[in-house]
Design a protein around this ligand. Structure first.
Ligand code: PEP
Ligand code: MG
Length: 746
């Protein structure tokens, strides 16, 4: 029986494929296909519905229903049984369609006489393209074999749709990847850009969905699977030196790659007439649909592993992959599910923007995108499915919005916005060599934040006074093992050299929380942001801290050096870290090496506790830098990575400002230099408020220096201070409105 079904199915698939060679347009092919399927399945009706836009399905061809309804009958996704198939990405099989919940009777089609209904999605790896339906008069459920057979047919139709086989006179029909699509994600790095899509992992194109010789296709599949298994085995061997958790992940991969169920299903698909790559895709599509529906975290992870393996297998089978030899398009915008920091760095500044389906605000990719100053939008669901290499794309990193294949009107409005920003940047460039001095003669130091050698040219270009925060973790994040001391010393030396005498505040390693090193055993902590991170790791595992301190001391080669320790929650942590640095300095001196002529040691104030530290702490610190990103999350108990809460509290809330003032007053009492280096320092309204309250140095991303300087030079900070106090005395919860109104009239 299975034999017969398979040979039947194979001959149908071959006949379907032959329609590709038919003369005439897409409509002609569709008509022929519905006829062939109805004939082969022995059903009175076969209909094909395709998406005419991402929300609407349209009846595009039918055998058996009223031909007048073709291109007239339309359904929203989720509407009726056809819409339900599309929404769920899974088959609906019923012997009594009218009794099904959600059934919608479409009078114009004349379908009232048909009881049984079988609909399967036409989809390709998570991309919904349409629905294929067969109907008959008899009240009967379709058998499992019939459902399976129709799914195989739908797979071939999906590939044909992808290849543009159904493009016809009816606008948009059968053409996937053609409509403008708007994505609402999350901003990972501000800025706007226009460019063309560059898929980090290009879509695999299956040009031969139908296999002529099942034995040959089975052999191709087996060969590719063997190669995949060999690759995974190599990965497992490579993981031998890694920690247990990492090895377990690799072992799970190996198990999945050897899964008999997976292999059996793909072999059955080949027996039914699919080519090896179409068989892999069919299983991947089913898997994706389950992945999208599943809420179980464990299952999702396994399904996601399987998805990754399917991609590898497809690349092996088709020879397509990252190294396609294609050149980056002009103004490339990288589109990916996710990307590691090292890979993103490899692309470097050639990219105009980055759009990711996953990622998080504090992810490594986000850190690198920030360092490269390219707009980044994350949480952009389905973008890799919708986008094709070379598609025009607009990235609005300020709003977290992405326009794929935008309408002309959208593109031109967007261009205006970019032009305005560029013009403003030009104006700011004119201020580059002028100080950030207000109208009354008060000068505010403007430093920049950095983390890569690639950042250093911005020091001259932006007119920053120095580097107020050099995040050293990037050198650790982009490697596969702990960097060696000499390598680090060389990098730090280059940074100091490039700064050409301007001061650089090096922050020691701030790992843990969201910044997990690939070679560090991930800590399974319930609250990693409040867990074993930053200086806590440094003091508990002093070897790495010591090595980094030595590298910094050597890099200075006798020149002045500034080092600050992150996430100091109590003075003792600072004293211990400071002692470690002084010990290393003395050791270097004892070995006859040059030591910095001036060594300044500071703490990052990132927890409220340090605002209340004893006076002796403020006295001992050479400088304090407020890490506002962390400080705010602990002050308001609002996770900086959690979209639901991260914008909930205003930085200019008077309670937070009162706390900042406390720190300002205490630092001033001991002449301890104070700066602010969180993201808020680069936001003009916040920056001017901090400056007016008495923070005399702000450290920000280079692109913010111009706008902040421009406003400081127009403002009178003492006057703004009075305005802030007045707003507070009047009982305003936040001083934002008062400050904004003042700045607006400058
Ligand atoms: C901060 O917390 O404000 C800070 C500058 O450090 P990071 O963003 O690297 O945690
Ligand atoms: Mg921090």
């Amino acid at each position: 029986m299975a034999e017969r079904r398979d040979s039947n199915s194979r001959s149908l698939l071959r006949r379907l494929r032959d329609t590709l060679a038919l003369q005439g347009d897409g409509q002609h092919r569709l008509d022929r296909i519905t006829h062939l399927i109805a004939d082969s399945m022995g059903t009175a009706v076969c209909s094909i519905y395709l998406f005419r836009d991402p929300e609407t399905l349209e009846l595009c061809a039918t055998e058996g229903l009223n031909p007048q309804a073709v291109h007239h009958t339309r359904l929203r996704i989720g509407e009726g049984l056809v819409g339900r198939v599309a929404r769920m990405g899974a088959a609906v099989n019923t012997g009594n369609a009218p009794s099904e919940p959600g059934f919608r009777y479409m009078a114009e089609t004349g379908e009232e006489i048909y009881s049984s209904f079988l609909g399967v999605p036409i989809q390709r790896v998570g991309e919904k393209m349409g629905v294929l339906v067969v109907q008959s008069k008899a009240q009967r459920q379709f058998s499992d074999d019939e459902v399976y057979g129709l799914e195989v047919v739908a797979m071939v139709l999906a590939e044909m749709t992808e290849l543009g086989a159904f493009v016809g006179d009816h606008e948009g029909m059968g053409q996937s990847h053609r409509f403008p699509v708007l994505f609402r994600g999350t901003s990972g790095q501000e800025g706007a850009c226009e460019g063309n899509v560059w898929l980090h992992e290009p879509r695999v194109v299956v040009t031969n969905p139908v296999g002529d010789d099942p034995d040959a296709e089975q052999a191709r599949l087996s060969e590719a699977v063997e190669e995949l298994q060999a690759q995974i085995n190599d990965m497992v061997l490579g993981a031998a030196g890694l920690d247990v958790d990492h090895r377990q992940v690799m072992e799970t991969y190996r198990m999945l790659a050897n899964s008999r169920g997976w292999m059996r299903r793909m072999s059955e698909d080949i027996e039914a007439g699919l080519s090896a790559e179409a068989a892999v895709e069919k299983e991947q599509s089913t898997n994706r649909a389950r992945l999208e529906q599943s809420g179980d975290a464990y299952l999702r992870e396994r399904l996601s592993d399987l998805d990754d393996l399917s991609n590898r297998l497809l690349r092996l089978l088709t020879g397509q992959g990252r190294d396609t030899g294609a050149d980056l398009p002009e103004n490339p915008v990288l589109v990916a599910r996710n990307i590691g920091p090292a890979e993103l760095l490899e692309y470097g500044r050639s990219l105009r923007g980055v759009v990711l389906e996953e990622g998080s605000v504090g992810s490594h990719a986000a850190i690198v995108a920030r360092a490269l100053a390219i707009p980044l939008v994350i949480h952009t669901k389905r973008v890799t499915t919708e986008a094709l290499n070379g598609d025009p794309i607009l990235v609005d990193g300020d709003q977290g919005v992405v326009h794929l294949r935008p309408e002309d009107s959208v593109a031109s409005a967007f261009r205006d916005k970019i032009a305005m920003q560029a013009e403003a940047q030009k104006r700011y460039a004119d201020l580059r060599d002028l100080p950030a001095t207000d109208r009354a003669g008060l000068t505010i130091g403007l430093d920049m934040n950095a983390g890569l050698m690639a950042d250093l040219p911005s020091l001259a270009n932006s007119g920053a006074d120095g580097v107020g925060l050099f995040r050293t973790e990037l050198q650790f994040l982009i490697r596969t093992s702990v960097p060696r001391r000499d390598e680090l010393a060389l990098t730090y030396k280059r940074v100091i050299d490039a700064a050409q005498g301007k001061p650089v505040k090096f922050r020691t390693l701030d790992i843990g929380s969201d910044k997990v090193l690939p070679y560090m055993k991930p800590q399974d902590e319930p609250n990693p942001a409040m867990g074993w991170r930053a200086i806590r790791v440094g003091l508990d595992k002093p070897g790495v801290l010591r090595m980094q301190l030595q590298a910094l001391l050597r890099a200075a080669q006798g020149r002045p050096l500034q080092v600050m320790f992150p996430f100091i929650a109590c003075p003792e942590e600072f004293y211990d870290a400071r002692d470690a640095l002084l010990r290393q300095r003395d050791r270097e001196a004892a070995m006859g090496r040059p030591v910095p002529e001036d060594l300044k040691i500071g703490a990052m104030l990132e927890t409220p506790s340090l605002g209340f530290a004893p006076d002796s702490f403020y006295e001992t610190c050479d400088f304090i830098s407020i890490g506002g990103n962390d400080l705010k999350q602990f002050f308001f108990a609002a996770d900086r990575e959690n979209e639901r809460v991260r914008r909930r509290y205003d930085t200019l809330d008077t309670s937070f400002l009162t706390f900042l003032e406390r720190i300002i007053v205490r630092s001033a009492a001991y002449n301890t230099k104070l700066s602010f280096c969180g993201e808020d320092a680069g936001r003009p309204v916040e920056a001017l408020t901090f400056a007016a309250l008495g923070i005399r140095t702000l450290s920000m991303r280079p692109a913010s220096i111009g706008p902040v300087k421009h406003l400081i030079r127009r403002a009178d900070l003492a006057q703004l201070r009075q305005i802030i106090h007045r707003a507070r005395n009047e009982g305003h919860k936040s001083v934002r409105n008062a400050v904004t109104s003042y700045l607006a009239q400058l």
